[in-house]
Design a protein around this ligand. Sequence first.
Ligand code: AMP
Length: 646
Amino acid sequence: MSRRHRRQDMSSYAEFYRQSIDQPDVFWAGQAQLIDWHKPFDRVCNDDKPPFVHWFEGGLTNLCHNAVDRHLQDRADQAALICVSSETRQEKTYTFRQLLAEVQRMAASLQALGVQKGDRVLIYMPMMAEAAFAMLACARIGAIHCVVFGGFASGSLASRIDDAAPKVIVSADAGSRGGKVVAYKPLLDEAIRLSSHQPDAVLLADRQLAPMALVAGRDHLWAKLREKHFDAQVPCEWLDSTAISYTIYTSGTTGKPKGVQRDTGGYAVALAASMKHIFDGRAGETFFSTSDIGWVVGHSYIVYGPLIAGMATILYEGLPTQGMDGQPDGAIWWSLVEKYKVTGMFSAPTAVRVLKKQDPALLKKYDLSSLRALFLAGEPLDEPTARWISEGLNVPIIDNYWQTESGWPILAIANGIEKKPGRFGSPGVPMYGYKVKLLHESTGEELTRPGEKGVVVLEGPTPPGFMQTVWQDDARFVNTYWKTLPGKTVYSTFDWGIRDKDGYYFILGRTDDVINVAGHRLGTREIEESISGHAQVAEVAVVGVADALKGQVAMAFVVPKDSGVLHDNAASLKLEGEIMKRVDSDLGAVARPARVRFVTALPKTRSGKLLRRAIQAVCEGRDAGDLTTMDDPAALQQIRDQVAAA
Ligand code: AMP
């Protein structure tokens, strides 16, 4: 092959992808050079016991070293963490040097509270600098962090405390949303009261937003410990590449959330590679991801990914429509793009739909010339929204599809390798390392013809960065994800998809009972469990219904114990309010159903299985599908009547 020819091949995504699949060891050994290793690995990929995969065995590394320490040589005084809060109206930049100092203070504080390598530290915090310090500090000392989304309430938090069994919990007095203070400490205290596991200590950042009652002997103030450990030097713990870096909880078909477990070396390599090839991020630039540290996007593309790439990252607390003076401002994000010369921005379609309701002139108010691309993920990106933002910003809009489980995009366009046009409605093509297939739901047969609808699955071995297992439950990992299609051991994404003739995928929604509200993944079973805890509820079904703004909203159908409620408007409103309040306090407002409707029976199959898909279809005005196995047609009719009356 001539040199010229080879150079052309290197810049083709098809060739890049092919190498990742045909020669994974060569490919990933190359990508692994993007991070620092304290000791080189002996083996690139060990998948001797599928579906478990060990990446870069024998290698020693550290996520915090790669995100922070190694940049001190070239960019110690450049911005690393830019914290902006339109809620507290504060803005503060930490350079890499300052970030390292804060992380060491946090690491020393955690160690003083007894945290050692392998211990879990649960982080329940709003979008504030200390949340990032805590994550990086855990990574530094080899503790496993479990960040729980700050929007979750006591019940959700308690079940995660019990599952993770943290030695220490890091939290704060309060967060704030749209100018309204949300006190975290009482929610945390209640969660600890509800859980059987008790942490040894709680470390609290006091933002002076809400009063905090401290539990003597258990609760410690960050300000005090920070002062005590102000000059702390805490070296990075060199960890096996396969050591657990964190767990993050996600919803599935059962009420019990799953702890998605991630490794260290594979994750660091996956993030470094994706920052380069997919997000086209370059050291010294600024990345702005509008997600929350409680979600996987926050882990990968607010905290670790940009920092590993040597970029500054913006941690933003607040609404997309609120200015730094607390007044409405639909251009706050664009003002940050101008001010910090953001080159890559990452958000969710719901946020863009919110912005779309603002004056379009706001998109022209600031100089956005630094921006090279906007990445959107978390839920389907509808064409009108994609077109609106693409025309407004005049940069490529890169829809990317992935999951908490994968840690980084499964489908996208890798513009860092080869500039390729996207296709409206499609999150793109399989990313390097992912063997994406479409399988027939009931036969497991591979679907290869364009336009055929199947379950999106991945063939093993899964690439670096992908979940290792379910925390402390290998059997659940195998049975939940790898054994759902007949005759095949493949990873199911639980999403429907189709592929066009050019290999672009289109995602058509979930195959399971998971719903997606404003990019937040919620299990309908969790919401049902909360609602059925109400003394007056006999039975409940929760379904996700299409919503123009949020993508989906939860709708609850309840059979009350006293059917009189159905004929008494005041009583049904009262019960609806109580049910909503219950969900708020068990799970958090994110999980609150948009409406609760009362019926005398729920549609079920003859074997007693709830016909959620039929209920959902009726709510969305679609055909309810095959109802031959339905036990009681009148039950579905009641739902039809309720929807028609609304
Ligand atoms: P989460 O684990 O919370 O990130 O949710 C993952 C789920 O969100 C996926 O399984 C999809 O159902 C959905 N999702 C994520 N990204 C996209 C996308 N770009 N297009 C369509 N659906 C998406």
